[in-house]
Design a protein around this ligand. Structure first.
Ligand SMILES: [Zn+2]
Length: 95
């Protein structure tokens, strides 16, 4: 399996690949936890999930997420796009 197939712009793809080389150097041999295949991952598009704060969903606080989807079974794992460096750490301007 190679690096994730990007459904993101070239700049985001480059940042993702640099981050993965640093943080997940063995990702190319990572098998999907659901189907067990190493058939490839599809990166993106970037999404935002509402945060849960104090037991309630707060739609004013969004967590930027980069989904990686298994190309065999559609299992989705997610990376915090801010921690990967793909978006500003606090895009919504909220704490
Ligand atoms: Zn899978």
């Amino acid at each position: 399996m190679s690096s994730p197939v990007p459904h993101v712009d070239p700049a985001t793809k480059q940042k993702l690949e640099e981050w993965m080389r640093l943080k997940l150097p063995n990702f190319s041999s990572y098998h999907c936890p659901l189907c067990g295949m190493a058939s490839g991952w599809i990166a993106g598009p970037l999404v935002a999930m509402p945060a849960n704060q104090g037991g309630a969903v707060n739609f004013g606080t969004l967590v930027p997420v980069l989904p990686l989807t298994c190309s065999n079974c559609a299992y989705v794992l997610s990376l915090n796009a801010a921690l990967v460096g793909l978006v500003p750490a606090n895009p919504t301007g909220t704490p």
